[in-house]
Design a protein around this ligand. Sequence first.
Ligand code: GRF
Length: 216
Amino acid sequence: MNKLRIGVLVSGRGSNLQAIIDNIAQGSLSVELAVVISDQADAFALERARTHGIPAVHVSAKGYRGRRDDYDATLVQELRKHRVELVVLAGFMRIITPTLLKAFPRQVLNIHPALLPSFPGLHVQKAALEHGVKFSGCTVHFVDEGMDTGPIIIQAVVPVLDNDTEDTLSARILKQEHKIYSRAIQFFAEGRLRVEGRTVRVSGGADKSGEYLTNP
Ligand code: GRF
């Protein structure tokens, strides 16, 4: 059977991309990494892709000022060229427009380092610490036209500790990001996700109704 072809959009270091590459290599994620695209020429994520022989493309945003739709149309062209079937945002620091979403309806995923709908946007670990929450975590969701608002596929929870800094909390969350993103992509690849309104149903999911966490 042909494997689902994914395109990963990145802007920076690409640790989530690396986790996807590693999970494919280990066999827990069964997809084809068709292309990695960045808006930043020097994104380390592009380097990671090249190291693994994955097509790595820089699509500069220069010349697209105030024309986000046109930029996204260029992205769509590039994604189509590589026959991408699922778009995976992994630290892509641009807002996606309807142009991309219409080209890939319910086929764009994002990962966010907080338990949405709490703490959308940027600097979220700082916001979580300032708020004094006892748990944080990460969320993989379908992308819609809002900012971090799309239907939630999977979340992982981590405790927030008294002596946490932004860095220590980020690191604890990132470790979970590296697991749940691949899990969500694998669910998608297996055709196990069904969106009903805001709710994503995962067929064959485990019953975790007896589980809970407390902190402290
Ligand atoms: C991650 O924290 C992710 O949740 C957020 O951007 C960061 C990307 O990190 N969307 P990396 O480039 O994958 O290391």
